[in-house]
Design a protein around this ligand. Structure first.
Ligand code: UDP
Length: 459
């Protein structure tokens, strides 16, 4: 019998790595040995961004497997990301486990893998290793994926995932209102082919159901309907660095450190925080309209303009924009978002509604202006807007553009009505109580950790 040794395998994308890294740290703090494996490209990004910042190395063993990329630009080729994740990684990870398991007292006893890595099921079964599926989106998104056979039977979608009619549906009163054309496999931007994603999700949801645990970064009180519909999913969230009084790790980009000093000088609850996650790409005209909208609000803003955020590669602002907004606007290439959102100067978050961004905003009682881009972001947007009522949605005009006037009007609507902030603060209390001593997420994590510690290696 050896000590528990957990191998964690994320989907190598920013929004998937951050919460898994948080889980890894919580487990490591509970005395569990963790190896965290990435393909080379994401491993190097993480290690570079971490440089000299943390003592992570003595807690978590960060390792990489070859990804076959000649240069990082190759990742932009459509389909390449999924080729690495679904075709290259399985063999390399299996080889790595075999190598580790040659040692007598260090064998992998359990693997925690992103739920989109359905292939883990095969080798875990073969090697008799316990398997945990980590669900990085909302429980509602996974419940939707579990419901695919039912949606086909009921004539809502075709067997390839395309909607039969364009309509809205809602599984439970506390669940998001979804448009069939915005199911997470239908609205994929230029990420991949919708039918390929649909089939992958279908396979993965079978693999999740047969895992020893299916855990997610959410809480019962946030999504009661989704957990009733998919009771096999166990919430352990919110998984946040602030819960362990630390900083988030697993970022791909170095943080621009100038934001804090600027934010400290702004009045309480006055600043719009504007950020669209790690993958949103705007058309150049939309990017410019956002800039003009921020200018039109006449309010202070902190805007994350990530390299590559527009389809033209360079982030060209409207003529004279930077001079006109002056010090009222602070633009950075990357910030420590969890820390930004906890700052007292933040009034609201203009967001693409990625699940991490949503959870991070809720956990700080910050209302949200929703600007969903693709995938599960429409589901999250409905939670914010329709169910929790802690935000408003930016609507597109007939040309498909969110105009500067729309941005100004929605910012005013949200900030002129205290009810949004009041509801956001109430939701924060409810969600944060789940991770305090005796809360349901807290108990789930303790049970999970005890289960891992009780595993003996039978490899
Ligand atoms: N993030 C950050 N700094 C930024 C922008 C984003 O640290 O300037 C983090 C954010 O806190 C979140 C993650 O990147 O944890 C983005 O995840 P999300 O699910 O919101 O969106 P995705 O990038 O997957 O679309």
């Amino acid at each position: 019998m050896s000590n528990p040794h957990v191998l964690i395998i994320p989907l190598p994308a920013q929004g998937h790595i951050i919460p898994l890294m948080e889980l890894a740290q919580n487990l490591a703090n509970n005395g569990i040995k963790i190896t965290f494996v990435n393909p080379e490209f994401s491993h190097h990004s993480m290690v570079n961004a971490l440089a000299g910042k943390t003592t992570l190395a003595d807690k978590i063993h960060l390792v990489s497997v070859p990804d076959g990329l000649e240069s990082i630009e190759d990742l932009q080729v459509q389909g390449r990301f999924f080729e690495i994740v679904l075709k290259v990684m399985p063999e390399k990870v299996e080889e790595m486990i075999k190598r580790i398991n040659k040692s007598e007292d260090d064998k992998i006893t359990c693997v925690i893998a992103d739920h989109l890595l359905g292939w883990v099921q095969e080798f875990a079964t073969k090697m008799k290793i316990k398997r945990v599926a980590f669900l990085s989106p909302a429980a509602a998104t996974v419940a939707l994926e579990f419901s695919i056979p039912k949606l086909i039977n009921e004539g809502v979608i075709n067997s390839d995932g395309t909607p039969i009619t364009n309509k809205t549906c809602q599984f439970e009163p506390t669940m998001p209102i979804m448009n069939t054309s915005e199911f997470n496999w239908s609205s994929v931007g230029n990420m991949t082919d919708p039918k390929f994603l649909f089939n992958t999700l279908l396979q993965c949801s079978k693999s999740v159901k047969s895992a020893d645990w299916a855990i997610c970064n959410s809480s019962y009180d946030l999504e009661p309907g989704a957990f009733a519909l998919a009771p096999e999913i166990v919430p352990m969230g919110p998984l946040l660095a602030s819960n362990r009084l630390g900083e988030s790790v697993g970022l791909f980009l170095q943080e621009d450190l100038t934001w804090l000093e600027w934010l400290d000088q702004q009045p309480q609850c006055s600043v719009l925080y504007v950020a669209f996650g790690s993958t949103t790409v705007f058309k150049h005209t939309q990017f410019q309209e956002i800039a003009m909208g921020l200018e039109l609000t006449n309010r202070s803003f902190l805007w994350v303009v990530r390299p590559g955020i527009t389809d033209q590669g360079i982030e060209a602002y409207p003529e004279g924009f930077l001079n006109r907004v002056g010090t009222r606007g602070k633009i950075v290439s990357w910030a420590l978002q969890q820390k930004v959102l906890s700052h007292p100067s933040i009034a609201c978050f203009v967001s693409h509604c990625g699940w991490n961004s949503t959870i991070e905003s809720v956990s700080n009682g910050v209302p949200i202006i929703c600007c969903p881009y693709y995938a599960d972001q429409f589901i999250n947007q409905s939670y914010i807007n329709d169910i929790w009522k802690i935000g408003v949605k930016l609507d597109k005009d007939t040309q498909g553009i969110i105009t500067r006037e729309e941005i100004k009007n929605k910012v005013d609507q949200l900030l002129d009505d205290d009810m949004f902030k009041d509801r956001a603060l109430r939701l924060k209390e409810v969600m944060m109580s789940s991770i305090s001593e005796g809360g349901r997420s807290h108990k789930n994590f303790q049970n999970f950790s005890t289960w891992i510690k009780g595993l003996s290696s039978i490899v």
